[in-house]
Design a protein around this ligand. Structure first.
Ligand SMILES: *[C@@H]1O[C@H](CO)[C@@H](O)[C@H](O)[C@H]1NC(C)=O
Ligand SMILES: *[C@@H]1O[C@H](CO)[C@@H](O)[C@H](O)[C@H]1NC(C)=O
Ligand SMILES: *[C@@H]1O[C@H](CO)[C@@H](O)[C@H](O)[C@H]1NC(C)=O
Ligand SMILES: *[C@@H]1O[C@H](CO)[C@@H](O)[C@H](O)[C@H]1NC(C)=O
Ligand SMILES: *[C@@H]1O[C@H](CO)[C@@H](O)[C@H](O)[C@H]1NC(C)=O
Length: 597
């Protein structure tokens, strides 16, 4: 057995309650939000025989020094070792059931809910939404004290969202399944809450647009079309390095299926297709002839979340198959140079440990040379659906504490907010923060510390334009990650289900930023340089916050992002938590990025 596998077995053995002489169990994670506040009804205790795919995320820094990990648990490497091993067997976790991820960052074991409850001193419950969809999770769990520094998190637990095992397998026990040599069917990944209100997508005001009338530059205050964006952001460029370059959000998009993702063409509705239509129509029309990839995650039954695409890139985050088996499609290059994701969640919905773990994955992808753009949310300083926080950190509609979004608060992604061409203004006048249908998500994380690239800008904002709020309303410590980083206008016209409609949301701004970065990468590739992030050995944020780059943005100084019973933050000179550094001027950014090695 390898050193790794040995450690895992020891760790698992130690998790078993059958080892009273080992250190006591201590609280590892506790859910900070009430599923009921998100429209989930407590249905029942999870059946003890339901099979959970337990994933133990090992602390990343320890993975570099496996020797240290082994030293740290060396008191387990005692003559008792054999006993631990048998304890593992007694508790039902045979070695054959353990799997190690490709990146060695996770161990997986399929275990009955009753076993898991025993190992983690947790209680699993089933929750139901109004449509009868079910999710499982526990409100808190515990692990032996001496393992706390080696284990980031365990899934599925507090992050909620794992589905209940399919009915047909509920009656079968793990034992009978393994006897018959079958792979037990398992509860799917805890990826998203599943409730429609927990993930954001674009909104429409329902107005249809007459497709027979051509829209021009004079219509941009009411209806954004690609020509408005090209004019507003000085985008006049035809890509030349399309074979070497990659952009995942033209031509017909290159479809890449992750975890059973399919192109759904059966049902029509704005809620179902608005996001994909918006992202693809704008990224393809802006960047043509650059091929654009669609990273479609999750099948129609189980759905998917942010973990699934991270997994496809990293081959470790949520399942263990990695690229070779989860991807299908034409010669997929992952990760692409630019990935734009127009989904997000409230930071409070994911636990701090979960958020940090996922953020670390973004850092790793950034180091591989990928720019990752996330929309900042559509509810101003509030969470999705206008939900805010209470003083004790729970989510309610009447809360007064601001509710920052995730992954925008992760310092390794670029967060994109929303502006508007003000009503009755032209594209040649300054934009304002978006104040129709949606409000630009922005604020300060309660989990992530401020990255150094942002310190100067955020400090200047807090000092020169102190917001009229107290520490009980937002994290005013000046030491937390602030977002968004930059912004783009919204109110796009999209073609959907045979009609033209208005789509509002920061969902719209991320693909536009992605298109701009894609052009910059194209120009750099044409000069024999690497993509933008490569020049900075991480990703775009450290570059854009420097003085020369800040000057390449159109500062937005009007409008706010209301929410939680307040007018929200106010856009002002310099960086602000409504519109970030402002909207990019493509030509100026291109010139600066071409100067970099
Ligand atoms: C499409 O609609 C049918 C019937 O309402 C429903 O059963 C199915 O789940 C829907 N598919 C998607 C992808 O929403
Ligand atoms: C679409 O989603 C919104 C919430 O974002 C909801 O209010 C609306 O009822 C949904 N529409 C349909 C047809 O499901
Ligand atoms: C948090 O505060 C809310 C309202 O102030 C209260 O209803 C709820 O019970 C509190 N929750 C906890 C866990 O203290
Ligand atoms: C824009 O102009 C129209 C026509 O002059 C006017 O009715 C409308 O009130 C104006 N809107 C705003 C927000 O100023
Ligand atoms: C504010 O942010 C800092 C840095 O991320 C964090 O340590 C602190 O706990 C946060 N404060 C609150 C009240 O969430």
């Amino acid at each position: 057995m390898s050193a790794f596998a040995r450690f895992f077995v020891v760790a698992l053995a130690a998790l078993a309650a059958a080892e009273p002489h080992l250190s006591p169990h201590v609280l590892h994670e506790k859910r900070a939000f009430a599923p009921e506040a998100r429209g989930w009804r407590l249905s029942r205790r999870l059946e003890g025989h339901a099979i959970l795919p337990v994933k133990i995320g090992l602390t990343q820094q320890n993975m570099h020094t496996i020797e240290d990990v082994l030293m740290a648990v060396s008191h387990l490497e005692s003559p008792d070792y054999g006993k631990h091993w048998s304890a593992a067997q007694i508790s039902g976790i045979e070695r054959s059931r353990l799997r190690l991820s490709v990146s060695k960052g996770w161990i997986q074991v399929k275990a009955a809910a009753s076993e898991v409850e025993n190992l983690l001193k947790a209680e699993y419950h089933v929750y139901e939404d109004e449509n009868g969809a079910e999710r499982i999770g526990c409100s808190e769990y515990h692990i032996p004290q001496h393992l706390t520094s080696h284990i980031d998190l365990i899934k599925p637990t507090t992050a909620f969202g794992a589905r209940v095992p399919p009915k047909k397998t509920r009656k079968r026990s793990l034992k009978s399944l393994s006897k018959r040599g079958e792979t037990p069917e398992v509860v799917q990944q805890p990826t998203k809450l599943g409730s429609p209100s927990s993930f954001n997508g674009p909104k429409t005001d329902g107005r249809k647009v007459d497709g027979s009338t051509a829209l021009g530059l004079e219509d941009c205050d009411e209806s954004i079309t690609p020509i408005c964006l090209q004019t507003l952001y000085n985008i006049h460029y035809t890509p030349v390095s399309t074979k070497e370059n990659t952009f995942a959000a033209g031509q017909k998009p290159v479809f890449i299926s992750i975890d059973g993702g399919v192109a759904q063409t059966t049902n029509q509705s704005f809620n179902l297709s608005g996001e994909s239509d918006l992202d693809l129509e704008y990224s393809t029309s802006l960047t043509a002839p650059q091929p654009v990839q669609v990273l479609q995650t999750g099948d129609l039954i189980e759905g998917a979340g942010l973990d699934n695409w991270l997994d496809a890139v990293d081959a470790s985050f949520c399942t263990f198959e990695g690229l070779s088996t989860v991807l299908s499609g034409d010669d997929p290059a992952l990760p692409p140079n630019v990935v734009t994701v127009s989904y997000g969640q409230d930071e409070i919905i994911v636990s701090a440990k979960y958020a940090m773990r996922q953020c670390t994955e973004y850092a790793k992808i950034g180091l591989m040379g990928t720019t990752i753009l996330y929309s900042s949310g559509d509810d101003g300083v509030a969470g999705i659906g206008g939900v805010c926080l209470t003083e004790n950190g729970t989510e309610t509609t009447s809360g007064t504490r601001f509710n920052p979004s995730f992954p925008s608060g992760c310092p390794f992604v670029t967060s994109v907010g929303a502006t508007q061409v003000n009503p009755n203004s032209t594209v040649f006048q300054p934009e304002g923060a978006c104040e129709q249908v949606i409000f630009s998500g922005g604020g300060f994380s309660n989990i992530f510390a401020i990255p150094s690239y942002q310190e100067e800008s955020v400090e200047a904002f807090l000092k020169d334009h102190p917001p009229p709020f107290i520490g009980a309303q937002f994290n005013n410590s000046g030491t937390s990650r602030a977002f968004p980083d930059l912004t783009h206008c919204i109110n796009y016209i999209i073609a959907i289900d045979g009609e033209f409609k208005h789509a509002f949301g920061t969902s719209a701004s991320a693909p536009t930023t992605g298109s701009i970065i894609t052009f910059i990468n194209d120009a750099r590739l044409a000069k024999g340089k690497g993509p933008v992030d490569a020049s900075h050995s991480s990703f775009i944020n450290p570059a854009i916050y420097t003085a020369p780059f800040r000057a390449a943005f159109n500062d937005i100084t009007q409008g706010g992002n209301q929410g939680c019973g307040t007018a929200g933050f106010t856009a002002t000179t310099g960086w602000d938590p409504v519109t970030g550094l402002g909207t990019p001027n493509f030509e100026r950014l291109l010139a600066l990025w071409l100067l970099l090695p």
